[in-house]
Design a protein around this ligand. Structure first.
Ligand code: MSP
Length: 688
């Protein structure tokens, strides 16, 4: 994480939704997280004391059911998926300051404190709820009749009949309407604000805030048969994570300092954030959020990207092939914030090549290379009197305008337009370079030409410095490199309030020059598509009928343990090779054995012995189904190095494609023991 070392400025608190742990992260989750990260980084560069919060939402019936389907406990299930989210944000360089899990004891204590505060003010009462409930959205639904479709997602609702605790939501309609009216920036954009107003005006009914027919949640204080409604639990994270409900004075101070904050969310959870959450806070007499900002959906092939639609794209794939900045740039430049936007690999690569590899990358490399070549890598002097032309002034003026426009647009959540204005400066400087032909000026050695050359290159490098500082929050990795090449130290320490023309010191020694945005070609698209295909869930209905699976080996139905192919291969203690089944070295080298590292592991539904693993083999991530579940709990395998048969033809096991197999010894009782190494081995190393 790049953090400037400055005295704490004004507090600035920004949050992502906390993500459900029933699905692995995809670029829809990454979108919200990246936007918040870019905002947090910009605010830090504006001198603010930033607290950026993200985390995972782990309670409720949906998670309880997902865990049971995976054959594990909700806690273990949550531990595993939560760590996948956190690991991805770390890998992507997300600069969060706090990662909250709703299973954290401090959160549980805080939620109970909030529940109690609302109860003490007289806004919670006991009642009976009989009606429909959508487990997918964790939403009480007004629909009538068993199986009636959920108005949000269309899935059949379930009939619930429970003794519950109710929250007097109806008491807050007028207060909410008045607050929204007096604070036009409370809900953004305006379309969402209008929807919320219409929803409140249509009448608010009291809300059940506990469940009593399952256990996976935070117990109601003084009502241990009930768990607190998962949305009340989840929304409270925004204050429990910063210290609400803690007896510790330091936590209290942190809460006082940072609350209220700004919530960034997707448009489907507006009602929870703009109606329920403010009503809970009003009831407890706590300040309301500063703002709730809702963005649109990321679509893939025309529909919302989501696990249940099976059309997800993982951020890891894009990071691996094009780097973290490519995805960040695409999401913030290509999608008009607030509206739905489509993702495709073609559009991603096109945007990357056009704006980054060609425009910004080209400006950086040609400017820095020429300063290297003609001025011995020292920033030249821009002569004001000699050989000065109008074209220089145009760039200076434009840079000043872009600093203002970019900031205004960015801080108004118009990221795409902000980046467009940064691009306009890059484009203008590239054109300026072409028109001024510094390479031709460099051929003349007279004093005037040298002065002209210095001015052209200073102007280009200074414009590059300004653009680089502005877009740093969006492109942290690559701008850091450009900054170093400009010889300017740590970019995260730049104070954007001081950014103005002329900050590049004359005589500054440039750092070593390297390409920052290598051009991507067709093969990059193919690689990403292939990686995603290998990760796609197996097609429904393509199930192979599983026959007896040999204990501890895997997964290859109907084959003896010694030759098990597909899941885990084993060398057996029972049947060593005899002389007549010897193989030649050529035969052996046909088998490509490689060191792999387990990235994720989960149980296969209805198959006690099978685990589905994602294994990094150095060049790609493979999905492998292995018959090792009885010996290895999935969470123990994450990060473990294993031996993979990498060139085995893919096979389907229980409808899931296995792209290789894991090597294990098979003990006399049939139990597998994974092959491993005593020394450190790099991922992808070949065994021969
Ligand atoms: N757990 C709740 C949120 C509780 S917050 C107190 C939840 N979780 S979620 O895992 O379903 O995440 C939803 C959020 O993820 C969306 O609001 C949005 O921020 C992000 N997105 C998930 N899929 C997305 C798209 N396809 N497009 C854009 N954002 C997406 O709801």
């Amino acid at each position: 994480m790049d953090k400037p070392q400055k005295k704490p400025g004004e507090p600035f608190f920004i949050t992502t939704p906390i993500y459900y742990v029933n699905a692995r992260p995809h670029i829809g989750h990454a979108y919200t997280t990246i936007v918040c990260d870019a905002i947090a980084r910009r605010q830090r560069m504006l001198g603010k004391d930033v607290l950026f919060l993200t985390g995972t939402d782990e309670h409720g019936q949906k998670i309880e059911r997902s865990a049971s389907a995976a054959g594990t406990t909700p806690q273990k299930f949550a531990d595993q998926v939560s760590s996948t989210f956190r690991a991805l944000w770390d890998q992507m360089g997300i600069s969060y300051d706090r990662f909250i899990r709703t299973t954290d004891p401090v959160h549980q204590r805080g939620v109970q404190a909030l529940f109690k505060a609302i109860q003490d003010k007289g806004f919670i009462y006991k009642g009976k709820y009989t009606g429909q409930y959508c487990v997918f959205d964790e939403l009480y639904v007004d629909a009538v009749g068993p199986g009636a479709p959920c108005p949000e997602c269309g899935r059949p609702t379930e009939t619930v009949s429970e003794e519950n605790y109710y929250f007097k939501l109806s008491a807050f309609a007028d207060k909410l309407l008045a607050y929204i009216d007096e604070n036009p920036d409370f809900i953004r954009p305006e379309t969402r604000r209008n929807e919320v107003v219409a929803f409140i005006k249509s009448g608010l009914r009291d809300l059940s805030v506990s469940r009593s027919s399952f256990k996976w949640g935070i117990p109601v204080p003084g009502g241990p048969k009930h768990v607190i409604y998962v949305w009340m639990d989840a929304l409270s994270n925004y204050i429990t994570a910063i210290g609400y409900g803690s007896p510790d004075a330091k936590d209290q101070q942190r809460y006082e300092r940072f609350w209220p904050g700004t919530h960034m969310i997707g448009k489907e959870i507006v009602r929870f954030h703009c109606v329920y959450w403010p009503a809970f806070l009003l009831a407890a007499e706590l300040p309301l959020p500063k703002a709730i900002v809702a963005h649109g959906w990321l679509l893939f092939e025309e529909s919302k990207m989501s696990k249940s639609r099976g059309n997800i794209v993982r951020a890891e794939t894009i990071s691996e092939v094009l780097g973290n900045d490519a995805l960040r740039y695409f999401l913030m430049r290509e999608i008009v914030f607030g509206q739905d936007g489509s993702f495709s690999f073609d559009a991603l690569v096109q945007r990357y090549n056009a704006d980054l590899a060609n425009d910004l990358g080209n400006l950086a490399s040609r400017t820095l290379t020429m300063i290297g070549k003609y001025f011995n890598s020292q920033v030249p002097y821009p002569s004001k009197s000699m050989s000065h032309t109008k074209s220089d002034d145009v760039i200076v003026k434009l840079a000043g305008e872009v600093i203002t426009t970019y900031g205004k647009l960015f801080d108004d959540y118009q990221f795409s337009r902000a980046l467009e204005s940064a691009s306009s400066l890059v484009g203008a400087v590239n054109k300026y370079i072409v028109e001024n032909e510094p390479w031709a000026v460099a051929e003349k050695q007279d004093e005037e030409s040298r002065a002209r050359l210095g001015t052209i290159l200073y102007t280009s490098a200074e414009a590059l410095r300004i653009v680089t500082a502005l877009v740093h929050p969006v492109l942290p990795d690559s701008t850091k490199k450009i900054w170093k090449q400009l010889g300017l130290g740590d970019i995260a320490n730049v104070d954007l309030r001081d950014l103005k023309w002329g900050g590049l010191p004359v005589g500054n020694k440039l750092g070593p020059i390297e390409g920052v945005f290598p051009r991507a070609d067709k093969s990059a698209i193919e690689r990403m598509q292939k990686m995603e295909e290998q990760n796609a869930p197996a097609a429904v209905g393509a199930e192979e009928k599983p026959k007896e699976i040999p204990a501890g080996t895997g997964a290859q139905a109907g084959q003896p343990a010694t030759q098990a192919a597909g899941g885990a291969t084993t060398s057996t203690v029972a049947a060593p090779a005899s002389a007549n089944n010897q193989i030649t070295i050529d035969d052996f080298t046909k088998v490509e054995l490689r060191v792999g590292q387990v990235k994720t592991a989960e149980k296969v539904k209805n198959a006690d012995k099978l685990l589905k693993l994602e294994v990094d083999i150095g060049t790609e991530i493979r999905q492998i189904v292995a018959g090792i579940a009885e010996v290895y709990p999935p969470e123990n395998l994450i990060g473990r190095k294993v031996v993979i048969v990498a060139n085995l033809a893919p096979r389907k096991l229980r409808g899931i494609e296995s792209q290789g197999m894991i090597v294990a010894a098979s003990l006399a009782d049939g139990k597998p023991v994974l092959a491993s190494f005593l020394e450190e081995v790099p991922v992808g190393a070949r065994l021969k």
